[in-house]
Each structure stands twice: as structure tokens, then as C-alpha cells.
Design a protein around this ligand. Structure first.
Ligand code: ATP
Length: 218
């Protein structure tokens, strides 16, 4: 479904990915593991068009994503939940969710919001509250929910457990599994909590300084 071949990405003089090969199958959960600076975030940024690779190929459903604008990539069905959540703190929960559906029709947005509120009932209770006043765990749920409003084919998740209390972490991962099972959403999960990620994924890659050093079933 998503194929990455010989991907090289750099920030100026610093090469962050050195010819990465990766294959994500439809309907799977694939974990990308690795320590700080391994290149995990860089990989997600390249997939979603936030960073242009130096070379290599990224194909999704046989279309090349390289050089495409991020909004075109979203329209193809790839949603990115960035590291650190990056919700709009001054907008309400409802307005954040509407932003997640900005490419859809009003009807699609309304049904999408209803659907994500069923997955995350706490958000339904706080639709008129400012995003920035939610707890860390609730903000993470909002960031995931915002990415799901238009039912993406692939969800790219960057460290959903970061800065979240253990009990909320478990709740978030339970919801992710439910979403994967019910919506058939393919998930690419970047995580530092390897135990948690290996519990939910079927396949994993381990990155080290921009290279894949290990891959296999969970
Ligand atoms: P972490 O788990 O700490 O988020 P990561 O595996 O996601 O790490 P990346 O953020 O992809 O790693 O970083 C890969 C390399 O690229 C690191 O050496 C990092 O310092 C460098 N890098 C990342 N972003 C930038 C940037 N904006 N400018 C310069 N170098 C960067």
C-alpha cells in the first residue's frame, strides 16, 4: 500500500535518512522503533510532504508522493498526527475537529465529528472547551481524532504516548486498535515505548541513525 525505496532525507548538511526501504501493507499496523535521532519523525515528515526527500521514492496506491503538497497527500487519504500533538490551543475542540475535516463537505465533517466523538466520548463532553485547556492526554486524543475526521486510509502517528500518563496511554492504544479493527485504517506508529508498540503492531522496523537495522513480525 505504501512503499518507500532508497529514501534519503537531510536538513542542510545533516543527513537524517540514509537510503531507507520500507513496505507498509494494507490493513496493517506497522511500528517504527528507534532511539532519539534515529530518523523516525523525519520519515513521517517525508511521507506526509512536510519535508522533501533528497532522493528515493515514496509510493502510495501506486502514486508517487514525492514533491506533492501536504494537502494533496491528505486528500489521497494519509493523515499525520505530529509529535507534540500540535492542536490549535485557542480553538475549541469542535473547531479543531472541523480543521481536521477542512477538505470535506459539511456533511462529511459533521458525520466525521460524530464518529470520532463516539471513539473519544471525553471530547464529546468538551466540544466547546478551548483545546489548550485540555489535559495532555485529552489533547493527544484530540490530535488523533482530528486526523480521523475524514476517515483516512493511513494514519501516521508520531509518539502518541509521549508525555501521557500510563493509564491514558493504555486507553489511547485501546482506541487505536478499535479504530484499526472497525475502520480498517492502516497505521504507521512511531513509538519510543517499544513494548506498547509491539503489543499492537503486526510488523516493526527498528531505525538507527537513519538506517533500518532490523525488521520483522512483532
Ligand atoms: P526522537 O525520537 O528524538 O523524536 P527521531 O527518531 O524522530 O527522534 P528525527 O527527529 O527524525 O529523529 O531526527 C533525525 C536526525 O535529524 C537527528 O540527528 C536530528 O538532530 C536531525 N534533525 C531533525 N530535525 C532537524 C531540523 N529541523 N534541523 C536540523 N536537524 C534536524
Amino acid at each position: 500500500m505504501l512503499e518507500i525505496k532508497s529514501l534519503v532525507a537531510a536538513y542542510g548538511e545533516i543527513t537524517a535518512l540514509h537510503g531507507l526501504d520500507l513496505s507498509i501493507k494494507k490493513d496493517s499496523i506497522v511500528a517504527i522503533l528507534g532511539g532519539n535521532g534515529a530518523g523516525k519523525t523525519t520519515l513521517l515528515k517525508c511521507i506526509s510532504g512536510l519535508l522533501k526527500p533528497k532522493s528515493g521514492e515514496i509510493t502510495f496506491a501506486e502514486k508517487s508522493l514525492v514533491g506533492k503538497e501536504p494537502e494533496k497527500i491528505v486528500a489521497l487519504g494519509l493523515s499525520h498526527v505530529p509529535e507534540g500533538r500540535l492542536i490549535f490551543p485557542s480553538l475549541t475542540v469542535r473547531e479543531n475537529l472541523i480543521m481536521g475535516g477542512y477538505l470535506g463537505t459539511r456533511h462529511q465533517i459533521n458525520t466525521g465529528i460524530e464518529k470520532v466523538c463516539a471513539y473519544f466520548p471525553i471530547l464529546a463532553e468538551k466540544l466547546d472547551q478551548q483545546g489548550g485547556t485540555l489535559s495532555g492526554g485529552e489533547q493527544q486524543m484530540l490530535a488523533i481524532a482530528r486526523a480521523l475526521v475524514l476517515t483516512p486510509k493511513i494514519l501516521l502517528l508520531d509518539e502518541p504516548s509521549m508525555g501521557v500518563a500510563p493509564v491514558i496511554k493504555d486507553q489511547i492504544f485501546e482506541k487505536l486498535l478499535a479504530i484499526h479493527n472497525q475502520e480498517k485504517t492502516t497505521i504507521v506508529l512511531v513509538e519510543q515505548d517499544a513494548d506498547l508498540a509491539l503489543d499492537v503492531c503486526q510488523y516493526a522496523y527498528v531505525l538507527e541513525t537513519g538506517r533500518s537495522v532490523l525488521e520483522g513480525t512483532s
